[in-house]
Each structure stands twice: as C-alpha cells, then as structure tokens.
Design a protein around this ligand. Structure first.
Ligand SMILES: [Zn+2]
Length: 187
C-alpha cells in the first residue's frame, strides 16, 4: 500500500492515525501467512515526520534443524522519524515538502517518493530485521523441536565445523540491514 502523506506533511502539528490491514507479504525473503494488521500514527512535528505504531502478522519459517515449515507470530514496533525539507512557498509557488534522504536514515530513499509513503516497503524492512536467522519452532519442555525432536546442539554441531556462528551471522543477507537499523537506534 502506498499512502499520500501530502496533507500531513504540509500541516505542522497534524496527527493522523491509520488502521492498517495489509495483505500477507510474500517475496523471496519474507513470507507472511496472515495479513499485517495494526495501527500507525503519522505526526508532523515541525521539521520531522514521526511514524509510530504496532503491526502484527505471522511469518512462515523453515526450522533450522529439520527444515520443516512452521508459522511464527511476529509483532513489529514501528518507530521512525524522517527529516522534512521545505522548498518553494513563494508568491507564485505552492510550498513543497519532501522527505530528506540522507545517510542517517538509509531506508528513507526506499520508502518515500516525494510525499508518497510506501507502507509495504517499510513493513518489509521491519520483517526482515524481525525474522530469526535460525528459526526454531516451539519446543517441548526438554528443549526438543516439536517437529524434528532434535536439541539445538544436535543440529548446530556440523554447521559450526564449516562456519563460525559470527561468520554465519556476518554472511546473512539481513546482517547489514540489522546493522543499519541498530546504528540508527544508537543515535
Ligand atoms: Zn525441527
């Protein structure tokens, strides 16, 4: 879903809630089994646009032990702020507001085109970060996977021979994105 935020961007103090019910997102990296539902609030705080809210869905994951698929609920805490850039506003020109795309917020370039906000892309970014790199379905009280009945150490041992966990994490396609988002949180 793409949302036109022009009204919000042009009015300082404007606060608009949005109830979302996005179709289950499916692409090469992410597979949702349920629609993404939740609520976002867009706030024009003067020089920044705040986007805050929650979203829930379920991801279809492959057990890192037995490769069986299972679904796992995820809850996203959305908290973003984007710097706004004003231009125009002279006598013969309507004022324009754009989201400033800079290195501080690497995802801005992907989710804004002028005042058009790509909600699907934002949710995709959050889901990529939220998805576990080594998914494990619900376990019994002994810690055995309910599907393959293996303990984590029974499966991870051969894996660690070829690749150290840190290397595996560094090679994950999500690691750079997770890094970027963490850098952003740290600021
Ligand atoms: Zn399993």
């Amino acid at each position: 879903m793409r949302l036109d935020l022009s009204e919000i961007l042009l009015h300082v103090g404007k606060n608009v809630p949005y109830d979302m019910n996005e179709p289950a997102l499916v692409d090469e990296d992410i597979e949702c089994v349920e629609p993404i539902v939740g609520r976002l609030v867009f706030t024009n705080a003067g020089s920044t646009l705040l986007i805050k809210g929650k979203a829930d869905t379920s991801l279809y994951l492959s057990c890192s032990r037995c490769a069986d698929y299972f679904s796992s609920p995820v809850s996203l805490d959305i908290d973003e702020q984007f710097e706004m850039q004003f231009s125009g506003g002279g006598l013969r020109q309507a004022q324009q507001v754009d989201i400033l795309e800079d290195d501080e917020n690497p995802i801005a370039a992907k989710i804004f085109q002028g005042p058009i906000f790509d909600l699907t892309e934002l949710l995709r970014q959050y889901l990529l970060v939220e998805a576990p790199t080594r998914p494990i379905p619900p376990c019994d009280n002994e810690g055995r996977c309910q599907q393959c009945h293996l303990l984590p150490e029974e499966v991870l041992a051969p894996y660690q021979d070829t690749e150290k966990p840190e290397e595996a994490a560094a090679n994950s396609p999500f690691s750079r994105l997770a890094e970027l988002l963490h850098e952003e949180e740290a600021e």
